[in-house]
Design a protein around this ligand. Structure first.
Ligand code: HEC
Length: 113
């Protein structure tokens, strides 16, 4: 196909197609996707002592991640929670990088069965 024809097609498809193109490239959902294997490693080192193997909390009154509790929030909310801690939970800002926390969040979301 000549480049003139290609230009015509691009011209005809208009701005909408260009926007769809950009949206696919930026792809919001994929940006936050972490590595669940690395997340699992971190979880076992840092979180298991309180949140238990497979997310079944060993502390009373704490969300049971194996039942999906406490996870009906955006990744950004969970990230904030894990960064800042609260109550008995330590803050992980400084201990874990944001990318590592996102890996853990990805792992948490896979615990539900
Ligand atoms: C010393 C014990 C302890 C450790 C270690 C710990 N947590 Fe927690 N976590 C808690 C407690 C207690 C709560 C509930 C209190 C609260 O929400 O402030 C909680 C709450 C949470 C919540 C919010 C659940 C909800 O219902 O809103 C998330 C998410 C979470 N922890 C993830 C993690 C992750 C990920 C790690 C490891 C990087 C971790 N925690 C390590 C004790 C701990």
């Amino acid at each position: 196909m000549s480049s003139a024809n290609l230009l015509k097609i691009v011209g005809h498809s208009g701005r909408g197609a260009v926007l769809i193109c950009c949206a696919m490239l930026i792809g919001t959902p994929q940006v936050m996707a972490g590595d669940p294997v690395n997340g699992g490693k971190i979880y076992n080192q840092q979180c298991k002592k309180c949140h238990g193997a497979n997310g079944k909390s060993v502390l009373p009154g704490v969300a049971d991640f194996s039942r999906g509790e406490g996870l009906l929030k955006a990744d950004s909310e969970l990230l904030k929670k894990i960064r800042n801690g609260g109550g008995m939970m330590p803050a992980y800002r400084g201990t874990l990088k944001d990318s590592e926390i996102l890996d853990v969040i990805t792992y948490l979301r896979k615990l539900r069965r």
